[in-house]
Design a protein around this ligand. Structure first.
Ligand code: NAD
Length: 519
């Protein structure tokens, strides 16, 4: 019914929205199993980044609404954590099928609100879907350990048990994948959830929650609030919440950290990045150039694993003209247009920031080999487009290098040797991802062992691990207890209870108290 109401709207609206007589639908809250209209007086406009038209208004949930949401999650915990693991698994098995069936609808919402191309938006959903599929292995993943006969008549075994209410705060750049990194693993383990999606792209999360409801999740097990830092503060301060997952910028990540100085709850926080691709002169030139261009400019560079910085070693620096040629061929237009390679940036502010950082590079002495700042996109003159941009001769002291750009900008640095490249990368504060392009196994091995970055690709430009592994960004790109998804995700969302039990035969009953430690 929600979807049907939504389809009457002028602009394509996501699920969970109500159309008023005006053409702008509002995004709802999801509290205690119901999509409800917020009573707030404060709303945030969500724009289509290709046109800057308002597509929905997102409420800044009131304190009462946020309290109702967290209370609902808290109430639902006892029954949900007591639900058999097979029943929870069945719901998520059904859920993964519903996501597959609705992949294109979710992708459309992502393109509308976030701007990325439709094909890339499907990839966004698909990589989240893989986490849901993996979470369906919970019956193996949640198993504890046992050790019989640790001493006479005594056995020890462990259970992995859910924590309680867990919460997630997500960024704009992966509207489906990143929420799906969080609540499926948490909930399949028996936790209940409070989600605060990015206020800039709420639609995909709302449809995903609607599908979870259709899959049979009980009321209250997941609640969704909207807002900016007030909602984040609410989550960080609320005593019911036992674990907080955050993905976003380093600047915003400071808030959950600052508000949890006592370390009272679990935290995992994936943050900003500056990912380097080292190009050795022995690399397969054709593959490397194509991979670099795809990984630097795909999703308009708005990926935390975008390969935004190329380090050309030795003779590889001669490949620059071909790199520019390939980048220049990418088509810049709205994400729902045929053949689009690069969609718009999320906002005019993001565009202005990217352009300023490019300009700072020029002023500090870098060479602008390709300038996409004034790109004109026919029919989308109001969009936040920046075309592929390449700055060469970049040095580590330049502002464009020290700051995360988060746009379709490739910085090119040079290094005489592999050691010099490794040294430069290890001095950069971020550690999300990196790649080396080479045909020499010993070079690849040396790099993977010596580079201090959490996710390394060998001839793989964006080495995001599949969900049976974990997302292991490191150093300035990660703060927290354990990483997202995979075994580490299970560890994050469960606590271990260890039971030591002794069952003696009647005839070996103790005859006196044991007052010393057993040895
Ligand atoms: P953001 O930090 O602006 O927002 C992330 C979340 O934090 C949102 O839900 C937002 O409402 C909230 N928030 C924003 N400002 C806040 C503040 N002052 N106090 C408290 N909460 C605040 O990030 P974004 O622009 O949406 O996303 C892009 C950033 O996320 C980039 O830095 C990117 O590298 C990073 N990111 C990292 C990963 C990773 O896995 N390492 C993945 C995706 C995105």
């Amino acid at each position: 019914a929600l979807l049907r109401t939504a389809l009457k709207c002028k602009t394509f609206p996501p699920a969970g929205r109500l159309c008023y007589s005006t053409s702008v639908p509002t995004t709802k809250l999801f509290i205690d199993g119901k999509f409800i209209d917020s009573k707030t007086s404060e709303w945030i406009d969500v724009h289509n980044p290709a046109t800057n038209e308002v597509v929905t208004k997102v409420p800044k949930a009131t304190h009462e609404e946020m309290t109702a949401a967290v209370n609902s999650s808290q109430r639902a915990f006892a029954a949900w954590s007591d639900t058999s693991i097979l029943s929870r698994q069945q719901i998520f098995l059904k859920y993964q099928q519903l996501i597959k069936d609705n992949m294109k609808e979710i992708a459309k919402i992502i393109t509308l609100e976030q701007g990325k191309t439709l094909a890339d938006a499907e990839g966004d959903v698909f990589r989240g879907l893989q986490v849901v599929e993996h979470s369906c292995s919970v019956t193996s993943l949640m198993m504890g350990e046992t050790l019989p006969s640790i001493t006479k008549d005594m056995d020890t075994y462990t259970y992995r048990l859910p924590l309680g209410v867990c919460a997630g705060i997500t960024p704009f750049n992966f509207p489906a994948m990143i929420p799906l990194w969080m609540f499926p693993m948490a909930m399949v383990c028996g936790n209940t959830y409070l989600l605060k999606p990015s206020e800039r792209v709420p639609g995909a999360a709302m449809l995903l929650v609607k599908l979870l409801q259709d899959a049979g999740i009980p009321d209250g097990t997941i609640n969704v609030i909207h807002g900016e830092h007030q909602a984040v503060n609410f989550i960080c301060d609320h005593p019911f919440i036992k674990a907080i997952s955050f993905v976003g910028s380093n600047q915003a990540a400071q808030r959950p950290r600052a508000r949890d100085s006592g370390g009272a709850r679990r935290r995992d926080s994936s943050q900003g990045a500056k990912n380097h691709g080292v190009v050795m002169p022995d690399a397969n030139k054709e593959n490397t150039l194509n991979q670099l261009v795809g990984a630097a400019f795909g999703a308009a560079g708005q990926r935390c694993m975008a390969l935004s910085t190329a380090v050309l070693v030795g003779e590889a620096k001669k490949w620059l003209p071909q790199l520019v040629e390939r980048a220049n061929k990418l088509k810049v237009t709205a994400g729902d247009q045929a053949g689009s390679d690069i969609g718009p940036l999320i906002s005019p502010k993001a565009k202005a920031r990217v352009c300023e950082l490019v300009q700072s590079g020029v002023e500090q002495g870098a060479t602008l080999l390709l300038d996409g700042r004034n790109v004109q996109v026919k029919g989308y003159e109001n969009g936040n487009f920046v075309g592929p941009t390449i700055l060469s001769g970049v040095r580590p002291d330049m502002k464009c290098y020290t700051e995360e750009i988060f746009g379709p900008v490739l910085l090119v640095l040079e290094a005489e040797t592999l050691d010099d490249a490794i040294d430069m990368i290890n001095k950069n504060p971020y550690g999300n991802g990196t790649a080396i392009f080479t045909t020499n196994g010993a070079t690849a091995r040396k790099y993977t062992h010596q580079v201090d970055v959490g996710q390394v690709g060998v001839n793989v430009p964006i080495p995001v691990p599949l969900p049976m592994f974990s997302f292991t960004g490191s150093r300035g790109s990660f703060r927290g207890d354990t990483n997202f998804y995979g075994k580490q995700g299970i560890y994050f969302y469960t606590q271990v209870k260890t039971v030591t039990s002794q069952w003696k035969e009647e005839d070996s009953t103790l005859t006196s108290p044991a007052v010393v430690m057993p040895t």
